[in-house]
Design a protein around this ligand. Structure first.
Ligand code: SF4
Ligand code: SF4
Length: 173
C-alpha cells in the first residue's frame, strides 16, 4: 500500500478525541479491552508501517496465522502486542474503533458492526446496539473504512476478515 503510514496517521486523528461514548467507558470496566490475556489487536493492511515509523514504547508487532490472498500472493496479517498500557495517540486503529469493527456484507458493502469478539469482554459490546454509540464515532469509522476500501489490497483483506468475524459471531448468535 503506497504511503500506508501516512494514510493511517490521518485516519488515527479521527479518533484522537472521539470515543465510543461521551463518558470514559474504561472507568466502568477497568479497561477490560486492554487487559485481556488475548495476545493483541490485529493490524489492518499496511498499518505495521506506522509502528515501524513511530516505534512506540510498549507495543511490538508480530505475525499471526491469518492470511489473505492478493494479486496471487499470500499476505500475513500482523498483530500489535501490548502490555495493557499505551500512549493513546499511538494506538492502533483496532483499539480506536473498539468495540465496533468493519464487516463486509454479502453484497460486498462495508458495514460497521458491534465486534463479535468484544461481546465476551466489553460491557458496551454486550449491551449496546450500533445506534447507541456516539454518532460522530460511528460516522468517523464509516469515513475511515470508506477511504481504506478504495484500496484493492484492503478489499481483499476485508473478505478474509469478515469470514473470520463470522466464526466468532456464531458463538453469540
Ligand atoms: S472493554 Fe468496552 S467498556 Fe471497557 S474500556 Fe474497553 S471499550 Fe470501554
Ligand atoms: S494498544 Fe493500548 S489501547 Fe490497544 S489494547 Fe493495548 S493498551 Fe489498550
Amino acid at each position: 500500500m503506497m504511503n500506508a503510514a501516512y494514510v493511517y496517521l490521518q485516519i488515527y486523528r479521527l479518533f484522537d478525541y472521539v470515543t465510543p461514548v461521551r463518558a470514559d467507558c474504561g472507568r466502568l470496566c477497568g479497561k477490560a479491552c486492554c487487559k485481556g490475556d488475548d495476545s493483541g489487536m490485529l493490524l489492518f493492511p499496511g498499518e505495521e508501517e506506522v509502528f515501524k515509523l513511530l516505534n512506540p514504547d510498549g507495543i511490538r508487532v508480530e505475525k499471526t496465522q491469518l492470511q489473505y490472498e492478493f494479486e496471487g500472493k499470500k499476505h500475513t496479517v500482523s498483530l500489535a502486542v501490548c502490555g495493557g498500557a499505551c500512549d493513546r495517540f499511538q494506538r492502533p486503529l483496532a483499539c480506536r474503533i473498539f468495540p465496533l469493527t468493519p464487516y463486509l456484507s454479502k453484497d460486498g458493502k462495508v458495514e460497521i458492526i458491534v465486534d463479535p469478539r468484544g461481546k465476551g469482554i466489553c460491557p458496551m459490546a454486550k449491551a449496546m446496539l450500533l445506534e447507541d454509540f456516539d454518532g460522530t464515532f460511528v460516522r468517523n469509522i464509516r469515513r475511515a473504512f470508506t477511504l481504506l476500501m478504495k484500496n484493492a489490497r484492503f478489499r481483499a483483506f476485508m473478505k478474509m476478515y469478515s469470514d473470520y468475524l463470522d466464526e466468532f459471531g456464531r458463538f453469540y448468535d
